[in-house]
Write a protein of this length. Structure first.
Length: 40
């Protein structure tokens, strides 16, 4: 089955906003902060 997409039709600003949001989900400074390590 061939998948044909039309894209999301995002503006340049919407794309930049989406990238900024996605980068908050992969913040290596946050995820390696010892204050948020497993307490057990």
């Amino acid at each position: 089955m061939k998948h044909v997409g039309t894209g999301l039709g995002l503006t340049a600003q919407e794309k930049a906003d989406l990238v900024a949001f996605l980068r908050t989900l992969t913040d290596s400074t946050f995820i390696t902060d010892s204050r948020f390590q497993n307490p057990f």
